[in-house]
Structures are given as structure tokens and as C-alpha cells.
Design a binder for this molecule. Structure first.
Ligand code: GLA
Length: 390
């Protein structure tokens, strides 16, 4: 599923809509380096945007309708901008519809538009193709509608679209990084007050993503269940006298003292979140001091916690992490994203990438019969848009 080259997309737009596009928008997918399942606990995350993105080509229409064509799904759909319904025959269009509904909910007009949507973010792989689609849609509406909406608000609007329209009670990480990332950096975000900083990635190592090719359709409901378990942990800790608003307010030592108040598996869910937040803070320090070995160790520890305490890994992701660990150039590896399938993120010394790729692919293939997709990612900038001169 490769993004069609620029002139091809422009030609395709003209073929579909009988006129040239006026705006081109690009919103990236992301890989989370560390800080998994912490965002909806008011915690810390450290993702990077990647050099894979959703592209939208757009033009205005005067009839209050949106006509959208997905290149990747070879499908066309049309709806009124005031229409609030879903279309489960074209599920990709629900991300667009959800974003449109959120603009309208905030009293912001959505113009009629022709949209051509294409992308090279693998779908359902934990690299946030859906957030990229939401952010690209929001940026298109912002530009064509002339709305002075800020970037943080745009990320929040997209998160609301995913929660209300798509029904996954996601945190803010994916939409935020797809909107606000900076080239060459990771984004350190405090998900409580949305303060952030860009931390340059200066390691002599590359970020390598291994896609297990395992896709779990149940991931949405399991995700919502984990959220509920965290809320339950907060409720029980509060009842036990801890004046806390979220798991973010608990440190590892205090949790150990209070764990007796939590039944299984709630105690382990809480331990993951609390220790993961502590790992993110240390990871940022190691990144600033350019200590790639110590940073990498935290990735391994994060994976163990996600596997044993949060229970969102799967045998294929565990195998990919084990195989990566056996390679001499690997500094760290873990599952990334919501889990239950999808990808691992690996930090691999620059001179060892070819061997890593070859050895991990071969051994994973031997172990599972599946061929993993392995990409080196370039930390990239957040959403951008470019009007086409008339
Ligand atoms: C998904 C969600 C994010 C975050 C991760 C897990 O990607 O969209 O908000 O919760 O899972 O860290």
C-alpha cells in the first residue's frame, strides 16, 4: 500500500473530480518510543512522527457535500456536511465523518469538499494510520474553512472524533504527535496539561519498526477494558485514602505500599502504568545525555511490563523482541502502540541495520511462517499543508 507519487495523485484527483486540487495535506503516522498506555492515565509519553503519512488532496465544492475517494480502498463515498451518520460499508470514511461532526459541534462551518485520500501508513499495525487520517482531515477543513484553530485544539478535536464516532476511548498521544511533531526529534508530552518539548534524537542508532503482520480485531474492546481497569485502580486507591486524581499521581514506592488494596489483575495494571511513567522520565534524561544503551534498556523493561503486567502483548510480538535482543546491534526493543499485534520498535546501531533486518526476518519467518515487514523510520514533522497556486 504505497502512497502514489505526487503527479499521479494530482492526475487521479483530476480524473475523479474533473478539476485540479487546491490544497495538499500530509499528516504522519507515529511510533511510540516509550510511554505505553500512560496517556489516558494523565501520564507521560515519548513518541516520534514517522516518514509514513496520509495525504489528502482537496478542492472546495459549493453544494454542501463531501465527496471522498480512498485510493487504498478503491472506494468512493459522498455525504452532506450536516450528515451525522456513519457508513459502515466504507469504514475509513467514518474517521472523516467523525472529524466533520466535531467541527460542527464546535460551531465551525465545514465547507463542501472533494477529497482524495491516500497513504502509506500500514493500517491496523499500531502506527496510528487512523490518527493520521483524522489529523489530515482536520487540517484540510481548517485550511479550506479558514478556521483559526490552534494545533493543540486540533489534536483534541481529532481525539474526540475517534472517541465519539469510532468508539475507541483513546488517549491524546497519537493525534498530538501527528499534529505537533518536529523533524529529527521525539516529542515528550505530559498528557495531563498537554505541555510538551521536542527532544532531538542524536543517537548513533536508527529507529527500526518490525511489523508482526498480526492484526487483532478485538483490540478496540480490549483497549477499552484496560482503561476501565485503570479507572477501577484509581477508585480503589482513593477509597484506601490516597488523594489521587489519576495513576499519574502514584509513584512506584507508594504503589507497593498500597497494592494490597487492589485485587488481581488490577494491581498489575496499575503497576505497569506507574512504572512506565517513571521509565519515560528516565528515558528523556538518557536521551538528553545521549546515553543510548541506558535508553535501550528501558525499552526492554517496558516490554516486560506490557507483557506481564498489562498483558497487551502476544506471542509474535514477544518473539520479535527476543529475536531483536539476540542481534549484536540492538540497544533496545519493545512492542509499540496499543498492542495485541502490530509492531515492535527497536533501537539499532546504524552500522548493523542490514544484518538486523536479515536475521530477524529469517528467524521470525521460521518461527511463525509470516514474513515481517521491517522499516527504518525517519523521525518526521507533524501535519503540513500546501495550497496549490491557481
Ligand atoms: C493507542 C491509543 C493511544 C495510546 C496507545 C497506547 O495508540 O490511540 O492513545 O493509548 O494506544 O499507549
Amino acid at each position: 500500500m504505497m502512497e502514489a507519487a505526487g503527479p499521479d495523485l494530482a492526475r487521479r484527483f483530476r480524473d475523479e473530480f474533473g478539476r485540479p486540487h487546491e490544497l495538499r495535506v500530509r499528516a504522519p503516522g507515529r511510533v511510540n518510543l516509550i510511554g505505553e498506555h500512560t496517556d489516558y492515565n494523565d501520564g507521560f509519553v515519548l513518541p516520534s512522527a514517522i516518514d509514513r503519512a496520509i495525504t489528502i488532496l482537496a478542492s472546495m465544492r459549493s453544494d454542501g457535500r463531501i465527496a471522498a475517494v480512498s485510493v487504498d480502498f478503491s472506494q468512493r463515498t459522498e455525504f452532506e456536511t450536516v450528515d451525522q451518520s456513519k457508513d459502515d460499508d466504507a469504514p475509513w470514511s467514518n474517521y472523516l465523518r467523525g472529524v466533520v461532526a466535531q467541527f460542527r459541534k464546535r460551531g465551525l462551518d465545514v465547507p463542501g469538499m472533494n477529497l482524495l485520500v491516500a497513504g502509506d501508513v500500514p493500517i491496523g499495525a499500531g502506527l496510528s494510520s487512523s490518527a493520521a487520517l483524522e489529523v489530515a482531515t482536520a487540517e484540510t477543513i481548517r485550511r479550506l474553512g479558514g478556521h483559526p484553530i490552534g494545533k493543540t485544539d486540533m489534536a483534541l478535536l481529532c481525539q474526540a472524533a475517534e472517541r465519539e464516532f469510532v468508539g475507541v476511548q483513546c488517549g491524546i498521544m497519537d493525534q498530538f504527535v501527528s499534529t505537533l511533531a518536529e523533524e529529527g526529534s521525539a516529542l515528550f508530552l505530559d498528557c495531563r496539561d498537554l505541555t510538551y518539548s521536542h527532544v532531538p534524537l542524536r543517537f548513533d542508532a536508527r529507529i527500526v519498526v518490525c511489523d508482526s503482520r498480526v492484526r487483532r480485531t478485538l483490540a478496540g474492546s480490549a483497549y477499552n477494558r484496560r482503561r476501565a481497569e485503570c479507572e477501577e485502580a484509581v477508585r480503589l486507591l482513593r477509597a484506601a485514602g490516597g488523594g489521587i486524581a489519576a495513576l499519574r499521581d502514584v509513584d512506584p514506592a507508594r504503589l507497593e505500599e498500597q497494592r494490597a488494596h487492589l485485587p488481581g489483575p488490577i494491581d498489575r495494571r496499575a503497576r505497569h502504568v506507574v512504572t512506565e511513567n517513571a521509565r519515560v522520565l528516565r528515558a528523556v534524561e538518557f536521551l538528553k545525555r545521549n546515553e543510548s544503551g541506558s535508553f535501550g534498556d528501558l525499552l526492554y523493561r517496558s516490554h516486560e511490563s506490557l507483557r506481564n503486567d498489562y498483558e497487551v502483548s502476544c506471542p509474535e510480538l514477544d518473539l520479535l523482541v527476543d529475536l531483536a535482543r539476540r542481534q549484536p546491534g540492538t540497544l533496545g526493543a519493545r512492542m509499540t502502540g496499543a498492542g495485541f499485534g502490530g509492531c515492535t520498535v527497536n533501537l539499532v546501531r546504524s552500522g548493523e541495520i542490514d544484518r538486523f533486518r536479515r536475521e530477524v526476518a529469517r528467524a521470525y519467518m521460521d518461527g511463525t511462517g509470516r514474513e515481517p515487514l521491517i522499516y527504518v523510520c525517519v523521525p518526521s514533522a507533524g501535519v503540513s499543508s500546501e495550497p496549490v497556486p491557481p
